[in-house]
Design a protein around this ligand. Structure first.
Ligand code: XMP
Length: 317
């Protein structure tokens, strides 16, 4: 019978047999899968596991500090890499969505590889691949692949010449959460909404600048914290804000304004392949809209995205 406890016990044993005294490197994303994979490896091989968490400058507000802190609390050996300037520099002037994804994928591999090379004698790359990823990557060669090239740590193993270990390869998401819970990983990490590898870059339509990132971080923070404080966070599969490349006219006091528009998006889904927009309460949307316009300089209009996937996708780029 499959239970989280027996899975942890058997997997830790299997990892010890497989890895012996070898050193392993793992890329943490702040998400559920890589966190649970890291914890299993930590239990199995302790300090022979080194985790790397990269700040690509496109994370949510306070995310880098918060995630790094919570991993350190869990006892993991984590290296935080501040690569904000590198990513934003490479993205400078780029507005085409696929090009953004490719640049971020390439820079991530470069940064991760350089960091991993500093650890002596690493033989393995651990990944938080879960069963649906395995299936999806089969279809990556099919026609649907061209819709959006998803960047996780795709090209890493080939580039790094390391053996790959994937302890969650046979699990579904709900099982991963149960295993995480069994190992006492915090509910905040286990319940986190999915967040794309390219981060806020695919929610800033058009060119990315540090100012736009900062603005969107503020908007997103108000929205997500609002969902939490109104007990809506767990009823939504994923949520976020998009910064549109248009300005619209507004009025503040006696002054005409000409400022940015942001779109809020919240969806219900089970796997991200299809999604419905969530009927968030008008009362809530009204408050959040006011809060954003009052507190975030440069935004004078908020709209709510009521499109489902298909035909719209979850991310706007
Ligand atoms: P779309 O926008 O295709 O997104 O409806 C479906 C789900 O995938 C996430 N997403 C990504 N995740 N790397 C990721 O790790 C990516 O490049 C990427 N693009 C989209 C998206 O946030 C949603 O959960």
């Amino acid at each position: 019978d499959w239970t989280p406890a027996s899975f942890v016990e058997e997997t830790v044993q299997a990892l010890q047999d497989q890895l012996g005294d070898d050193r392993v490197v793992l890329g943490l994303s702040g998400g559920v899968d890589s966190s649970v994979a890291a914890m299993l490896l930590h239990k199995a091989i302790g300090k022979n596991l080194t985790c790397i968490f990269v700040d690509n400058g496109l994370l949510r507000k306070y995310e880098y500090e918060n995630v790094l802190d919570s991993y350190k609390h869990m006892g993991l050996n984590v290296i935080g890499v501040d690569a904000k300037d590198l990513f934003l520099g490479q993205l400078n002037g780029v507005s085409e969505p696929e090009q953004k994804r490719k640049i971020i994928g390439r820079v991530f591999i470069e940064v991760f590889d350089a960091e991993a090379k500093k650890i002596t004698g690493v033989k393995w790359l651990a990944q938080g691949t879960i069963y649906p990823d395995v299936i999806e990557s089969v279809s990556v060669n099919g026609p649907s692949a061209t819709i959006k090239s998803h960047h996780n740590v795709g090209g890493l193993p080939e580039k790094m010449n390391l053996k790959v270990v994937e302890p969650l390869k046979l699990l579904f998401k709900d099982e991963v959460r149960r295993v995480g819970n069994e190992m006492k990983i915090s509910p905040t990490i286990l319940g986190r909404h999915p967040f794309p590898g390219p981060g806020l870059s695919i929610r800033i339509l058009g060119e990315i600048t540090p100012e736009k990132v900062a603005l969107l971080q503020d908007v997103d923070h108000i929205f997500i914290e609002g969902l939490r404080s109104h007990n809506l966070y767990d009823q939504v599969w994923q949520a976020g804000a998009m910064l549109l490349p248009v300005q619209s006219v507004g009025v503040m006091g006696d002054e005409r304004t000409y400022e940015s528009v942001v779109a809020l998006r919240a969806v219900a889904s089970t796997d991200g392949m299809t999604a419905d927009w969530v009927h968030l309460p008008y009362e809530f949307l009204g408050r959040i809209s006011n809060e954003i316009i009052n507190r975030v300089k440069g935004v004078n209009r908020v709209v709510y995205d009521i499109s489902s996937k298909p035909p719209a996708t979850i991310e706007w780029e």
